[in-house]
Ligand binder design. Structure first.
Ligand SMILES: Cc1ncc(C[n+]2csc(CCOP(=O)(O)OP(=O)(O)O)c2C)c(N)n1
Length: 172
């Protein structure tokens, strides 16, 4: 509707990877000129910690009180890897907020995401591995350790799809 504007969404994993999966995939497939910031904290946070598609195996939540079971719920979905092959996904990266250095890297990724929108070549998708101390029932410090030890081994950080040099022609 407003092609001259920068547009971004800020979405949790319950929202983006469960309730809104269809809309997310078709939006990216159409190559909408928006940035999606995808907060992966492995639970539905706002509604008090239900299992999300991203909940790790063995992780307890209000709807998986004995821990997520693969046989019952399947493996946690790696959304960035799932959407990266779509042509409409222009830039896909996974970052985290568990250390100051990671926050700096995330800021850079968000700047890239906005800059690439100038090219109008599709969705820029930034997954952010985030903590949820209240629903994880951990202190903030322990929740940062959980990200390092449990989340990142399954959700490795870094760029998943980068624009080519030719794609970036025209960006000053
Ligand atoms: C279609 C639809 N169903 C149910 C809800 C109710 N609802 C509001 S927030 C929320 C949970 C969101 O969890 P998540 O996306 O993981 O975000 P977080 O709170 O963790 O940031 C739900 C189920 C909704 N907003 N829309």
């Amino acid at each position: 509707m407003l092609p001259e504007k920068y547009v971004f969404t800020y979405q949790g994993d319950g929202d983006l990877a469960a309730i809104g999966t269809a809309e997310t995939i078709h939006c990216i497939n159409r190559g909408e000129n928006i940035m999606i910031i995808f907060i992966n904290n492995a639970v539905y946070g706002m509604t008090s910690g239900q299992m999300a598609p991203t909940t790790l195996i063995g992780m307890k939540s209000t709807t998986s009180p004995y821990g997520r079971d693969e046989g019952f719920s399947g493996m946690p979905i790696k959304v960035s890897e799932l959407i990266a092959p779509l042509k409409g996904a222009f830039y896909v990266t996974r970052q985290s907020v568990h250390t100051p250095n990671n926050v700096r890297k995330l800021k850079k990724a968000i700047t890239n995401g906005f800059n690439y929108q100038k090219l109008k070549k599709g969705v820029t998708f930034i997954e952010v591995i985030s903590n949820c101390p209240s629903n994880w029932k951990l202190t903030p410090v322990k929740s940062n350790e959980f990200i390092e030890k449990e989340m990142i081994p399954y959700y490795p950080l870094g760029d998943i799809k980068l624009p080519s040099k030719e794609d970036l022609n025209g960006l000053k």
